[in-house]
Design a protein around this ligand. Structure first.
Ligand SMILES: [Zn+2]
Length: 355
């Protein structure tokens, strides 16, 4: 890591000079940051902000996990992406990595275009110094929380919808865990989502920046400075508060008290999974086993039946007469666009790709 050492006459020293002049970081904190790693799960709106701060500030390694591709409806708030990314249907993890490498070539940036699931969550998360949440769903957060508690890795929860958002630092052994604070996922239809309430970009920047700051505190050796409360911020009403959560630790919490890891131990990954993506008229199909043939071969097999477009990252199939589009990734995972109906999506997938 010689090239990243922030000695007084190194390129790193001038690059990070203003950051190192900030007393809580200094030369020591900068060096520590250059030797540490983060995983950002979800590189959409919040994840773009989080990853950009961590890469520009000189983190050593960062893994970017995202299941989705860039679309035009993302561009008003997902600051790493361009119209060209949307036209080219770039996976968000890959497009983000390109943009971030252009901003800072030093960190090792590892894009992974997949959905976090029980099957590989520990493999993808457990080697990091910190996990930062850029997702929009409770399944991913419960998985992150269980890896965090099981492997003693701090993580930073964040969420935003409309003009407000919240975030908190989960530090195993010190703070309540996510399951203490949110014992069960909200029932469908009971909470606002980006689809029902919309979302404006300034709240994304605020919450993502608060999350990035928490990560920087930990990674520069300033764990004691991390916020132990739950911050709620409303950018439209100009209100915010930091709610103390120390009393929220539950003696009967299945995760941090009993160490039962229900989400990690679930066998859902062994079955075909279908999930509607919030408000997108899109269903994600995750097959139980990876695709056994390369996308080029699948394209050859289907070329007589559908319109198709092959990129280095995915295969897009258009069923012209039925208004459906399938985006197939190399591992066989697919986004079926044009429907919210899980059984319709599964049928289309099985007809084209097989079971
Ligand atoms: Zn707990």
């Amino acid at each position: 890591m010689m090239d990243k050492e922030a000695t007084s006459d190194s390129p790193a020293a001038s690059r990070y000079a203003r950051q190192m002049r900030y007393a809580p970081i200094g030369t020591t904190g900068q060096q520590a940051l250059g030797e540490r790693s983060a995983v950002v799960v979800g590189v959409g709106a919040l994840g773009s902000v989080i990853a950009q701060h961590l890469v520009r500030s000189g983190i050593g390694r960062i893994r970017l996990i995202d299941r989705d591709i860039v679309e035009f409806s993302n561009l008003h708030r997902q600051v790493l992406f361009t119209e060209d990314d949307a036209r080219r249907m770039m996976p968000k993890a890959e497009a983000a990595a390109i943009r971030l490498r252009a901003a800072n070539a030093a960190p090792f940036i590892e894009p992974i275009a997949t959905e976090l699931n029980a099957y590989h969550a520990e493999q993808l998360l457990a080697d990091a110094d910190i996990i930062v949440d850029g997702t929009d769903n409770f399944t991913a957060r419960y998985l992150i929380n269980e890896v965090s508690v099981k492997h003693q890795i701090p993580w930073i929860y964040g969420g935003a919808v409309g003009g407000s958002g919240m975030c908190t630092s989960i530090i195993p052994g010190e703070t309540p865990c996510f399951r203490c604070l949110f014992p069960a996922p909200p029932a469908a239809g009971t909470v606002d989502t980006c689809e029902t309430a919309g979302v404006i970009s300034p709240i994304i920047d605020i919450i993502g920046s608060l999350q990035a700051a928490e990560a920087m505190k930990l990674l520069t050796g300033n764990k004691a400075a991390m916020n132990r409360g739950l911050i709620q911020f409303d950018v439209w009403r100009s209100q915010w508060m930091n709610i103390q959560t120390t009393q929220s630790k539950r003696a009967d919490c299945p995760v941090c008290a009993r160490r039962q890891f229900e989400w990690l131990d679930s066998d859902t990954a062994a079955h075909e999974a279908a999930a509607a993506l919030c408000g997108r008229r899109t269903v994600q199909i995750t097959p139980p086993r990876p695709l056994q043939i390369p996308l080029t071969q699948l394209a050859d097999r289907l070329s007589h039946a559908v319109q198709l477009e092959l990129t280095p990252f995915l295969l897009r199939l258009t069923l012209v007469d039925r208004d459906y589009t399938l985006i197939v990734f190399p591992d066989g995972r697919a986004l079926v666009q044009g429907t919210d109906d899980l059984s319709v999506a599964k049928q289309i997938y099985n007809d084209l790709i097989g079971t």
